[in-house]
Design a protein around this ligand. Structure first.
Ligand SMILES: [Zn+2]
Length: 343
């Protein structure tokens, strides 16, 4: 598997705790950008090229996860979720607490269904009734190694599957980060191209807001993941996006409460894909938003598009996507930037 992609998937960085992934993005962007800096909010911004127009490319660095809230006297850790995670997938998951003393492995525990009353069993276990077990016997033993407010991530993992598929932690949105780096290597146009690895997307698209205000771009593209529908239990009318069928061009997020593409940008993206024989799918999203929802409302408005990699099991310890779709995303972004730079 591609070493850089694997590294990005395995690195820790929940919203507001992006230092480790920001360092990697800074180092990698420095290979293609004339200038790279981390702003006071935590976004990493690289710049390449010169010209009249400014084009901003955004991919968020942060992943969903947890933070240590409290340790019981018996030595169990209570946590809060950061970002949206389905409570039903949590019990039994392996997590890593990123403590100043090093990485600590833990298991998310909950009262077993075997000893729940029938009424209790009908309800999903709430996160406040779950805990993390690191094998300690007392609060003192935990506090020797863990601090309140430490970051907790799903156990890092990544691997190849048949049909050019990849599974991993933090696919949302380290595949966007990977695309951002590859696009910056290839793009060579008469415009200022800004690569922004944004902070705190999963908790309200925050980094994109401060970065787009600062850069005040003419055009923007957000690179992210979106919901694939090609699994049992999902009807095609709920999501028609399939792994391996190409990059997703988003038209509308969260039923219109998020980003809505302009007809002009939609035409540029679809025509560019067709002209260059890049496979694409049109995405109409009922739930979920990207950095674009913030960027396109910046100042007087910014002409923006969203290119996404269709992904199964988003916000879980092991999301699945296609390397072909990731490549299509990179290819279309490079060609789209060439078109935008001409306008
Ligand atoms: Zn995302």
């Amino acid at each position: 598997m591609d070493k850089l992609l694997e590294k990005l998937l395995k690195t820790a960085g929940i919203s507001g705790y992006e230092a480790e992934i920001a360092k990697i993005m800074s180092e990698e962007l420095a290979k293609s950008c004339a200038e790279v800096e981390e702003d006071s909010f935590g976004n990493v911004i690289g710049c390449k090229g010169s010209g009249k127009k400014k084009i901003m490319l955004a991919a968020h660095m942060d992943e969903v996860g947890f933070v240590v809230k409290y340790v019981s006297k018996e030595g169990f850790i209570r946590f809060v979720k950061v970002g949206s995670i389905d409570d039903r997938i949590l019990p039994g998951q392996r997590v890593v607490i990123k403590s100043a003393k090093g990485d600590i492995c833990g298991i998310i525990g909950a009262k077993p269904p075997h000893i729940q009353k029938e009424e209790e069993r009908k309800q999903p276990v709430k996160p406040e009734d779950m805990f993390i077990d690191i094998g300690a016997k007392s609060r003192e033993e935990v506090m020797e190694r863990v601090s309140i407010a430490d970051m907790i991530i799903f156990e890092p993992n990544a691997g190849l599957m048949p049909n050019n598929l990849v599974f991993g932690k933090a696919v949302d949105d380290r595949v966007g980060c990977y695309a951002l780096l590859k696009i910056m290597e290839r793009v060579n146009v008469a415009a200022e191209i800004y690569a922004v690895a944004t902070a705190q997307e999963e908790v309200g698209l925050k980094g994109a807001r401060t970065a787009s205000f600062r850069l005040n771009p003419d055009f923007a593209l957000a690179l992210d993941t979106t919901i694939a529908g090609d699994i049992p239990g999902v009807r095609e009318e709920q999501s028609a996006l399939k792994l391996g069928e190409g990059v997703s061009i988003c038209t509308l997020e969260a039923g219109g409460r998020g980003f809505i593409v302009s007809s002009r940008i939609r035409k540029i993206l679809t025509e560019t894909a067709e002209k260059n024989n890049i496979k694409y799918q049109i995405d109409v999203l009922e739930g979920g938003m990207t950095d674009a929802a913030m960027i396109y409302m910046n100042r007087e408005g910014v002409s923006t598009g969203v290119l996404s990699v269709p992904t199964r099991y988003i916000h879980s310890p092991a999301a699945v996507f296609s390397l072909d779709d990731l490549q299509a995303t990179i290819d279309l972004a490079v060609k789209a930037v060439e078109e935008l730079a001409k306008l």
